[in-house]
Design a protein around this ligand. Structure first.
Ligand SMILES: [Zn+2]
Length: 406
């Protein structure tokens, strides 16, 4: 078993634990920064380690298109290729492939609408059938094909510690009938992925199944039961989690309640969620790991995470009001940007000037902020004080400043 639970909260479904993976251990609950194309954008691996991260997420879809799994395997796998020595989780590519066909499910899940094609340029789906998905590469327009077996073989070549099964990620706007048919196909693909992995998967790589079912209560329970009864060693929650936060929390609640009943000792990953308030709720609902573009993407847009719920925990440093601000991003923060003495005025100026150093500094601060938040939540669960600490964080306490053992 690759997961040991240390403490279970008596007031919620929260728990702390350790993932024991081929490239090391991961303390949970943990946030997983994105290394989509083989790098946590603007950072080196040593920066990510220094921030306190033990696990990052690489992207099967993007790495398949470029540089290609053959080259990565030839150079020794994704760890060696990007010079990251700790555990890596790879997604299956399903999310990105289906984002092209469903008019930007990525944007929809992240709360944005109306950008067909999402982040993926001119790529498009040509056909979906039982065998897999034929699509057009957004890089060169060439036709490509991804199947459950194909996705697993790419992840085997990348050599990740955790592989995710290939699934169809259904968006919010499709019908219940479509969601149900798609979920059933995802369950058949789960079995094909596990079969392929049992025969060909690299030693030490574990596989997570993915619960789908959209916002339908009965489908989520069915899907949770299906994945729990499979041989997958961990369980991810994917797909459309709803139109707004309250609905998303409800869908996660249904799912983790069922998983707590059917597979209490298997680790749970929540795909694509990473707002500060959602991380707190997610931990309370019994999620062990989260991945999300938010902290790093905001950083590259000059938006810093700050302990202020009234602004959604955000400060846009590109705004004119910071032009002469002499304070750091966050008073008392010990991240490289704040401890380094960089003022908001300087970061504002760099952002306006298009200087890359600003993107790196704000990314460092944001990932530091989230790492301390997760540390606080772990300490709080272990100390039996999660409700107090969660309330303080929700009220705007600075992560890293909330003592869990007073
Ligand atoms: Zn900072």
């Amino acid at each position: 078993m690759a997961f040991t639970v240390r403490t279970r909260s008596s007031t919620s479904r929260a728990r702390t634990g350790t993932l024991h993976l081929a490239h090391g251990e991961v303390q949970t609950p943990a946030f997983v920064p994105l290394a989509t194309k083989g790098t946590v954008k603007t950072l080196e691996p040593r920066d990510v380690v220094a921030l306190g991260y033990e696990l990052i997420l690489g992207n099967t879809f993007h790495l398949l298109l470029a540089p290609g799994p053959e080259l990565v395997a030839e150079i020794g796998g994704l760890h060696e290729f990007m010079r990251w020595e700790r555990p890596i989780i790879t997604d299956s590519g399903g999310f990105q492939v289906f984002s092209m066909g469903h008019g930007g499910v990525a944007d929809e899940i992240k709360g944005r609408r109306g950008r067909p094609g999402g982040d993926h340029g001119s790529g498009s789906i040509l056909a979906i059938d039982e065998e897999g998905v034929r699509f057009r590469s957004y890089l060169d327009g060439g036709e490509r094909f991804l199947s459950p077996e194909g996705s697993m073989s790419v992840q085997a070549a990348l050599g990740s510690d955790i592989a995710l099964v290939f699934d169809e990620c259904t968006p919010f706007h499709v019908s219940r009938e479509y969601t149900e048919r798609s979920m059933e196909r995802t369950h058949r693909w789960l079995e094909r992925c596990l079969r392929w992995h049992a025969d060909h998967g690299p030693a030490g790589q574990v596989v997570y199944g993915i619960v789908q079912g959209g916002v339908e209560h009965d489908l989520r329970l069915l899907s949770a039961a299906c994945v729990a009864s499979s041989a997958s060693e961990g369980i991810a929650i994917g797909g459309s989690l709803g139109r707004e936060k309250a609905q998303m929390h409800e869908v996660v609640d249904w799912t983790t309640a069922e998983l707590e009943r059917l597979a209490p000792d298997r680790p749970r990953h929540l795909l694509g969620i990473g707002d500060v308030d959602d991380l707190i709720v997610g931990v309370e609902l019994g999620i062990d790991t989260f991945d999300c573009a938010i902290p790093t993407r905001l950083g590259r847009h000059g938006v810093a995470l700050v302990p202020d719920p009234s602004t959604g925990w955000r400060a846009d440093l590109a705004k004119g009001r910071w032009r002469t601000a002499t304070e750091p991003i966050q008073e008392g923060c010990r991240c490289p940007a704040c401890a380094g003495g960089f003022t908001r005025a300087y970061l504002h100026y760099l952002l306006r000037a298009g200087e890359l150093t600003a993107l790196r500094l704000v990314t460092l601060h944001n990932l530091w902020f989230i790492a301390r938040l997760m540390e606080d939540l772990r300490a709080a669960v272990d100390a039996g004080r999660l409700s107090e600490v969660a309330a303080a964080l929700r009220a705007g306490a600075a992560p890293g400043a909330v003592p869990a053992d007073r």
